[in-house]
Design a protein around this ligand. Structure first.
Ligand code: GLA
Length: 729
């Protein structure tokens, strides 16, 4: 059984296949955190210590006991107002203006299956695959209740957490801070692993010690952001890819967020993941409630590789949905880097014909097909097909492309508007703007107020009007600026807007998914500015970055791999020299890198030589052969591309009978020593044949010493080796 309540000890114990999580209702009704780690049995409240600490206050109920303090005890859902002076998970402003909340245990229930969250994305599971624990805490003085939700998915080694705040009191309250996940550690030295970046260089790996003070990452851009990703890892200082304790917290949310890591005065560690505090001030009238998005948690005692694999499995099979969840996605050609805004219908058909000839499977028409959108200054919001530019109707264009044996996909950016658009001219009041202030522009565009249902309804109608014009099997949902000027005319509580905006986006996406169940949606936000677990619930793949340079992509995809499955990472072969960096890389390298994602092409195929075309045909053939292994295999990082001279990673089938090793040489010197890459995850002392060369290798030697990469003949040379288990040496 996944969840056990021990009546005598008042403990809740959550077991997954390899992990245990335990908490306890203590003598005063506080919900204390006892343990999260490797499977363990019995009550672990002996881990708690009590001491008289100066300037750490004591709850009134503790009487004259100066050793009992919330300032030092590990907790499940610490609030401001109990004498805990660390950073807390919840701050509530009461009707009387005070900031205080003292949650104590009220009741609990355990049920089969995983809870769902109305209007929010969440991990899902069959009735037999998960259990839900709901613990109700209440604050006696205000009547406010917190319903803590825990989803336990034993086979996946995943525990999810969410919280619902219910204002069961009489006056209005305001939520000033809410983090659905808090992890308190009474001992240990940890690192905080986060993924920072910028537009076109997302999810760089950073590992810093959790020191005294608070380390905080987050976004108040309205989207999860390029700058920090809403997923963090807490790793024992000595933890590596293959050893040591580590914990992941991935927020299933696509808006502003924050994660904090604090080492306190007693050398204890607290880590929080939740909503951002800036501009979040959510009013709840009497009787109203607020549901926070959930956090996916996982633990590994064997290092970062299995931790990532747990997250990959969970997101791929219990968060992503729809027809394309488990199948290889169509290999696409995207028109953006092939033609940008500069195309005609005829040119598109030509590009499609070349793509079909090379073996591609879907044509995606990117930006520039609607209104008078010939550049990025205008027409966002005018979702009418520019038939003049296409020289035909959209239906005719699609029929032409379908006739070549290709599926058809389309780019949209529903949340945005240019001032130079009919939509803005008709509804200037639909954008986020603060009265009497001029809004901040970004990429010449403003943001539609998606916290308003009427705005969402209107745009939804317009987009459906386009999608109904032909056989559209894919859309790329883009979002090309950060939010600012947070003000909505529809509410008198402006502190709700950023959150309600995200709910508006989710509502739109959910309606889309319901109305077009077979549609494949790829998320995008100027590349990977909204690459998060929340979006994956609606869009099983997300454009990883606007940077398509293969060498930079090795680093971007490396950072992405810590949390997100390869099947989620949109990745294309583009032109060389690369349009973002000017770097030249071999076509083979671009292919190897793009294959470690949802594979596609994004370049003018008409410019290719006959040899390059043959090479692309061969790439497509290999991708089809390896796709299952790549998308569903266990992913191992074999190097750290920001430190090592080679970027290397591999995929191993669940039964370990085959593996695909990929590497890219990132530095070129004269008279170079050989680069050795140590493989991982193979069966011990087993013979594996490398398919291309036919040579047979001992797997233990491959894992202990490695395989030498033949000296690179040019910069950024890539290597791809397919190993298959064979019966003899
Ligand atoms: C964003 C996307 C690109 C492309 C352009 C179109 O930058 O990330 O892939 O779609 O918008 O304007």
């Amino acid at each position: 059984m996944g969840i056990i309540f021990d009546e005598k000890e008042k403990t809740f114990t959550l077991h997954t296949e390899h992990t245990t999580y335990q908490m306890q209702v203590d003598r005063y009704g506080f919900l204390l955190h006892l343990y999260y780690g490797k499977t363990a049995q019995g009550c672990m409240d002996y881990l708690l210590t009590y001491a008289d600490h100066g300037f750490s206050g004591n709850p009134y109920d503790a009487g004259m006991d100066r050793t009992y303090s919330m300032d030092a005890l590990p907790q499940e859902f610490p609030t401001l107002g109990t004498g805990d002076y660390r950073t807390v998970a919840c701050i509530i402003k009461n009707a009387d203006g005070s900031f205080a909340c003292d949650f104590r245990y009220e009741s609990h229930s355990i049920r089969e299956g995983k809870y769902a969250l109305q209007g929010l994305p969440a991990v899902y599971a069959g009735k037999n695959e998960a259990q839900t624990l709901e613990i109700v805490l209440s604050d006696h003085a205000s009547g406010v209740k917190a319903q803590l939700l825990y989803g336990v998915l034993p086979e996946l080694d995943i525990i999810t957490r969410s919280v619902r705040i219910l204002n069961a009191g009489e006056g209005s309250i305001t939520l000033e801070k809410l983090a659905p996940a808090c992890l308190d550690f009474v001992t240990g030295k940890f690192d905080f692993i986060t993924f920072y970046g910028r537009h076109a260089m997302e999810r760089n790996f950073q590992r810093i010690p959790i020191a005294h003070g608070i380390s905080k990452i987050g976004s108040f851009r309205g989207a999860s952001s390029h700058q920090y990703n809403p997923a963090v890892i807490v790793a024992e200082r000595s933890a590596t890819e293959d050893a040591g304790q580590c914990y992941a917290l991935a927020f299933v949310y696509s808006g502003s967020f924050q994660s904090e890591a604090q080492r306190d005065q007693f050398d204890q560690t607290r880590v929080l993941m939740g909503l951002q505090e800036e501009m979040f001030s959510y009013c709840l009238k009497a009787g109203e409630e607020f549901a926070a998005p959930e956090v996916i948690m996982s633990y590994s005692s064997e290092g970062l590789a299995p931790l990532s694999q747990n997250l990959h499995r969970c997101m791929r099979t219990h968060l992503c949905r729809g027809k394309y969840r488990d199948v290889r996605r169509p290999i696409l050609i995207n028109s953006w880097e092939a033609a940008y805004f500069d195309f005609t219908g005829e040119a598109l058909l030509k590009l499609a014909a070349e793509a079909a000839d090379l073996g591609m499977e879907m044509f995606v028409l990117d930006d520039g097909w609607f209104g008078n959108r010939d550049n990025d200054l205008k027409a966002l919001g005018d979702w009418q097909v520019n038939e003049k530019k296409l020289g035909c109707t959209l239906g005719e264009l699609i029929a032409g492309i379908n006739g070549m044996g290709l599926k058809f996909g389309l780019w949209i950016e529903p949340e945005m508007v240019n001032e130079d658009s009919n939509l803005y001219r008709e509804h200037p009041d639909w954008v986020l703007a603060i009265p009497k202030r001029k809004p901040v522009r970004s990429r010449y565009q403003l943001v539609l107020d998606f916290s308003r249902k009427d705005v969402v309804d209107y745009v939804f109608g317009q987009i459906c009007g386009v999608l109904d014009q032909g056989n559209i099997e894919y859309i790329k949902w883009d979002m090309n600026r950060s939010l600012s000027d947070i003000f909505s005319a529809q509410t008198d509580c402006q502190g709700k807007v950023l959150y309600d905006y995200v709910l508006g986006v989710y509502d739109f996406l959910e309606r889309l998914v319901k109305r077009y169940p077979d549609l494949l949606i790829e998320g995008c936000c100027g590349g990977g500015g909204r690459f998060d677990a929340g979006m994956l619930y609606y869009t099983p793949q997300i454009w990883c970055s606007d940077n398509t340079d293969a060498a930079d992509r090795v680093r971007i995809q490396y950072g992405t791999s810590f949390v997100y499955p390869v099947s989620a990472a949109g990745s294309h072969v583009s032109a060389s020299p690369n349009h973002q960096t000017g770097r030249k890389t071999p076509l083979h390298t671009r292919g190897v890198v793009a294959m470690s994602g949802t594979f596609g092409y994004e370049l003018n195929l008409g410019m290719l030589t006959a040899e390059e075309k043959d090479e692309i045909r061969a790439q497509i053939k290999s991708y089809c052969a390896y796709a299952d292994l790549i998308q569903k295999g266990l992913y191992y990082r074999l190097s750290c591309p920001s430190e090592d001279e080679v970027g290397a990673w591999m995929f191993v089938s669940e039964d370990k009978s085959e593996a695909l090793v990929c590497a890219v040489s990132l530095a070129q010197h004269a008279n170079m020593p050989a680069n050795y890459v140590r493989l991982k995850g193979l069966k011990e002392n087993t013979a594996y044949r490398e398919a291309a060369g036919g040579k047979i290798y001992n797997s233990t030697a491959l894992m202990e010493t490695g395989i030498a990469l033949k000296g690179a003949e040019c910069e950024y040379q890539a290597y791809q080796m397919h190993f298959v288990e064979c019966c003899h040496f």
